[in-house]
Write a protein that binds this ligand. Structure first.
Ligand SMILES: C[S@@+](CC[C@H](N)C(=O)[O-])C[C@H]1O[C@@H](n2cnc3c(N)ncnc32)[C@H](O)[C@@H]1O
Length: 378
């Protein structure tokens, strides 16, 4: 056979969608051993070839590479600028070739860049994984890839079949009860929450008052409330969460210099909520509960509100007409951890109506945490 040079396959075009492997052998363009080159610009949409699936398979593996990358200290070592592989390996005390095993995939994943041969630096996305990055994504990533939080996902199929919560199937406990008895996991969970509290949107869009009282319900260790109180020096705060959680809040509130303006109250919003605040805040709380539980909480909040109180609920709000990969994944995550997928604002409106509340406004943050401004129904 005369060598006419490598034949080229534009993957997905030369094979039907049901069998996306490049065909070789008689009657096809390709012979075994031909070089397959992808042509950019002629690619077909991912759903028509195998890239959607290979992307998902790769992500499952790359997630662990990123976890190892952070654990080995690669991100922190590159925080001050590019380093040659040799220096990186020496600094981390890891053998060079083995280090490359996680460094190379991280460049393909877009977290690292290779500026020159074996010279690595953080990409803008990689910067988000730095310990001092304000996005909090590193702590959130750590939680998602750690121990029982990660392993609970293996029960998703059973959870769908039975309606039980994957986290409970895995650990035998509902998440917040489990956290009460597992210090290490509780620390990881609350660190992830503290680091990623969605406060900038609240301050920019929710028209928070400058005076009066804000009660943060399910406020965790107070990271969101502390930031709000710092930005509003005449506002008073009430931090409300489970007793074992608010017990751990003092150091953060003191460090932020707001402890004198903030009362901590331990309790359950299934029993009662501190009455009479001007603003009730629930950040990333309502999405943790089934409709029946959410209704009980909302009725208790309504009971505590006075006529002009506002209830500000923040959380992801998927939109059916604008499906988002990220929000669909977050919805799955809520289902795995808490047994309740994300709700649309329309679903929330139904719950508000049943609880004697009314939705006044929605401040949408696409892909982020939106804010619903809720009042007592007349
Ligand atoms: C997903 S975290 C959100 C924490 C915080 N609001 C934030 O955005 O970072 C949910 C919070 O609800 C609290 N929580 C769970 N059950 C509760 C209950 N029955 N009463 C009050 N708080 C509760 C948890 O302890 C946790 O701090």
């Amino acid at each position: 056979m005369t060598d006419t040079g490598p034949k080229v396959s534009t993957r997905g075009r030369s094979a039907p969608p049901t069998d996306p492997r490049p065909r070789t052998g008689p009657g096809t363009d390709l012979e075994r051993g031909d070089v397959v080159v992808e042509l950019r610009g002629t690619e077909v949409p991912p759903e028509e070839d195998d890239t959607a699936l290979t992307g998902i398979v790769s992500s499952a593996m790359l997630m662990h590479a990123v976890s190892a990358l952070v654990g080995l200290g690669v991100i922190d070592a590159l925080a001050d600028g590019p380093l040659p592989l040799t220096d990186l390996a020496r600094r981390l005390q890891v053998e060079e070739d083995r280090l490359l095993i996680v460094v190379r995939p991280a460049t393909v994943a877009g977290l690292l860049r290779e500026n020159g041969p074996d010279l690595f630096t953080l990409s803008p996305s990689g910067e988000r994984l730095r310990a001092d990055d304000p996005s909090g994504l590193r702590d959130l990533f750590h939680m998602c890839t750690y121990g029982d939080f990660l392993q609970a996902w293996t029960h998703l199929e059973e959870a769908i079949r039975t309606g039980r919560t994957a986290f409970e199937l895995h650990t035998g406990r509902e998440l917040f009860g489990y956290l009460g008895d597992n210090r290490e996991e509780a620390t990881i969970f609350h660190r992830a929450m503290n680091a990623s509290a969605p406060v900038p949107a609240l301050l920019e869009r929710a028209d928070l008052p400058h005076q009066g009282t804000v009660a943060d319900l399910g406020g965790g260790e107070g990271a969101a409330l502390a930031t709000i109180l710092r930005a509003r020096p005449h506002l008073e705060g009430i931090l409300f969460d489970l007793p074992e959680v608010v017990e751990g809040a003092a150091p953060l509130l003191r460090a932020e210099g707001v402890d004198r303006r903030c009362t901590t109250v331990g309790g359950s919003f299934f029993d009662r909520v501190p009455p009479g605040a001007d603003v009730y805040l629930m950040t990333r709380v309502m999405q943790n509960w089934s409709d029946a539980d959410a209704l009980r909480i909302l009725r208790n909040v309504r009971e505590a509100m006075h006529d002009t109180s506002r209830l500000l609920i923040t959380g992801h709000l998927p939109e059916r007409e604008r499906p988002s990969r990220y929000l669909e994944a977050m919805s799955l995550s809520m289902f795995v951890l808490y047994g309740a997928p994300l709700r649309t604002s329309e679903r929330y409106e139904e719950l508000f109506h049943r609880a004697g509340l009314t939705l006044r406004a929605v401040h949408r943050v696409p892909e982020g945490e939106s804010i619903m401004d809720v009042r007592r129904a007349p």
